[in-house]
Design a protein around this ligand. Sequence first.
Ligand code: 3SL
Length: 246
Amino acid sequence: MKLFIYHTPELTPTDRIPDCAIAVDVLRATTTMATVLAAGGEAIQVFSDLDKLLQVSEKWAADKRLRAGERGGGKVEGFDLGNSPLDCTKERVAGRRLFISTTNGTRALQCIQSAPTVLAAAFVNRAAAVQYVLSQQPEIVWIVGSGWEGSYSLEDTACAGAIAHSLLQKTNLPLEELAGNDEVVGAIALYEQWQDKLVELFHQASHGKRLLRLDCHEDIKYCAQMDILDALPIQTEPGVLKISDQ
Ligand code: 3SL
């Protein structure tokens, strides 16, 4: 297995595809997606364009869909939800499909959607993602951070490092054999330094600060929890993710 980490969709190669690609948007899109499926959501369907989301979701029965729209950290007017995982309770999401568009996370998923296996991971379901990768043994794995509008995000790289760190431990591969690019070595070092103080790390991160300004303190605490969910969103058709049954 060779692992490559790309910090943003913009830094991700467009001339090749890996066997398995993992999108990470810790704050908050991939955390929300895992939470929705863990709470019994039927599926997640991602869109970069809000109008397209409205058009496609219109064809679903109103009681079987939820529309989530986030821009700049806030809820888009007229949508059922923004992008807070804490709003995704069982009562609200069970049996429904979440149609979602966010500033960066949904773009990260779209840039890897032609890979044969596409997963959505965050700290909350890190162990489930690692376990799935180990069970499939893909030759080439990419982890793609969502970043913020083209720039680097500390929390996504730390989560990529957490996945890489666990793969390293569980495969017993030497670092130089697992790491396909320098970003893997850097991400593992970042994770090792902050693993016991993820909330503090999020407070240092520019998007963490943006969410704090929007009073999302509880979201930050929730997103910093490690390995609390078994739910792993896996793409079943382009742009649609369901729970993995492994
Ligand atoms: O950028 C994104 O996709 C979002 O996750 C951002 S936010 O956390 O909802 O503000």
